[in-house]
Design a protein around this ligand. Sequence first.
Ligand code: HEC
Ligand code: HEC
Length: 266
Amino acid sequence: MRVPVGVRVGVFALIVMGGYTYFANSIPQIESKPPQELSLEGGNVTPAQLVKAGEEIFHTKGSCEICHRIGQKGTRAPDLAGIGARAGKTKPGMSAKQYILESLLQPGAYVVEGYPNIMPQVDKPPIGLNRSEVWALTAFLESLGGTVDVTLNDIPPTVGAAAAGGGAAAEVKLPGDPKAGEAIFAGKAGCIACHKAGKVGASPVGPDLSHIAKIQTSEYIMKKILDPVGSGTVAGYPKGVMPPIFGQTLTAKEYVDLVAFLLTLK
Ligand code: HEC
Ligand code: HEC
């Protein structure tokens, strides 16, 4: 029986991920110190303070700037200048506030034309913002050309539940060997021919991967290696240049080591 490549790749990925998730969860995990959390619940905060807090999150914990710029085209995502104004006109019947919140919490619900569906949910790892932070960030985005009218009640109470109590710790820890993975990246797999990754490589053919683990889930990274086109093409880069062969050329151990290396890139 012929099995389509996509399905084979998918099944392979599931088996490898499933197996290693099981192991990963059975080994004790070293918790890294969670980043500083902002809590505004219960406190009195003016819209100006809220916007300022949101701006801070945009530039720091939110990691938004790795993909987005304000007033300048980013490499991976739309320019957010004027988002507070255009957000109210993007989806019929949806207010700016509703559209912005949807963009942050269900980025796949509406995908801006010309861009792939690669934006991570901001209240889940690796970004993992809490409810207050999503509130402030929404106020900041509204302030870019629009009116700040978001209240804490607009943010569903479930938002950021995964981030509470150390979102980063909830993420899958692969038992791969990052050092060995770095050698695969620079050697056998030849990723270095197209990608920079921290101190390794310098090629501009593909996106710089130096912060990939800060902005993308392990699921995305794992899938992208096995099925580059099926994962969506990063804006500003050509489609079909990243070879779809790694599911065949890498052993399971090499693949897991490689992913472990990529997950160190923060
Ligand atoms: C991995 C890259 C990436 C990161 C990180 C990222 N985004 Fe995005 N974002 C995108 C892409 C690509 C789109 C366009 C596709 C879509 O609509 O999902 C987008 C769309 C959006 C939109 C809708 C824009 C429009 O013109 O309608 C908003 C608002 C937004 N992002 C805000 C943010 C904020 C705030 C952060 C930080 C918390 C963030 N994004 C982090 C990639 C990213
Ligand atoms: C021949 C050049 C080439 C090689 C070799 C290559 N890639 Fe890529 N890669 C690209 C290009 C171009 C893109 C952006 C277009 C796209 O999304 O397909 C990309 C995108 C990616 C992304 C998504 C980045 C983002 O910002 O979302 C990841 C992750 C990635 N590559 C990892 C790898 C790894 C790991 C290897 C080695 C196993 C590899 N690539 C080998 C060209 C290459």
